[in-house]
Write a protein that binds this ligand. Sequence first.
Ligand SMILES: Nc1nc2c(ncn2[C@@H]2O[C@H](COP(=O)(O)OP(=O)(O)OP(=O)(O)O)[C@@H](O)[C@H]2O)c(=O)[nH]1
Ligand SMILES: [Zn+2]
Length: 316
Amino acid sequence: MQGTVYKSTGSWYTVKDEDGVFQNCRIKGKFRLQGIRSTNPVAVGDRVRFSLETIGDETVGNIEEIEPRKNYIVRKSVNLSKQTHIIAANIDQVFLLVTLENPRTYPAFIDRFLATAEAYAIPCVLLFNKIDVTGDAMEAEVDRMYRLYSDIGYTCLRISARTGERVEEVRQLMEGKTSLFAGHSGVGKSTLVNTIEPGLELRTSEISEQHRQGQHTTTFAEMYDLSFGAQIIDTPGIKGFGLVDMEPGEIGDYFPEFFELKAQCKFNNCLHLDEPSCAIKDAVGEGRIPQSRYRSYVQMVTGEEDTYRQDPFQET
Ligand SMILES: Nc1nc2c(ncn2[C@@H]2O[C@H](COP(=O)(O)OP(=O)(O)OP(=O)(O)O)[C@@H](O)[C@H]2O)c(=O)[nH]1
Ligand SMILES: [Zn+2]
């Protein structure tokens, strides 16, 4: 039988089979997949093959095979430094909720998130939320960011999770797909999910990293079916993705507008920092690539962690 993993609790997996029936499954034997050293071989979103076995008056499924993953997101294991925990697999898209006030989402955070999504090969949609409250200055800034990210090629929407404005468009984008919602605490993830599907209670609330590590709890993702033919993966305690290890030389490839130009740099291993005849720096100088994007890129390449809370739009 074939099915999709909706939930995992460590050793047991809830798998929805082709007839829409949820089966309680476990793993038979050892799995080693795609060279990933992970603490969990099977993750939410995985498509698996399994066989049913009746033990006493109980029917359990034995997962025998995992189909190749389209993508997956990971988190470094807290306990075993070299191992990773696969949070979810086969994600069709991630919606990043952005607000410029309460809370403020900085471009550097957005850019890091987008680059990570590119590295994971997960399409990202930007949702500028709370448009019902923005004043004139805010509206202008949202417009500017909306244009900036649309120009790069990202789908952007201005929405209000509270009033429901343009939420129908979010729903349309979700149809037939498996989505994930991300963004800072307070941007409106729970509110949006509730507007999209009233009654569905997700655990999107962010648990502080410290708290989570202190407890040594493993948080598991869970997938939900929505009434209009869509799936949501709920990842408790994770506001974004886990971090991907990126080599400095590949980061530019995750900035689509950089990637497009890099063949025109003089050196084919150009990091677009101090090298001469760099097409990226030229484009930044001529305003074809936004300053903020370049600054985010430099922060990532030079490994200036945690500087993303500064506002790269602010001139110093
Ligand atoms: N005015 C306005 N307020 C909103 C909107 N969306 C959410 N809020 C409010 O913003 C606050 C935070 O919303 P939540 O949905 O809890 O945010 P969250 O992203 O789920 O936050 P965490 O659970 O901490 O990750 C709540 O008071 C919401 O009512 C909106 O579109 N407009
Ligand atoms: Zn260059």
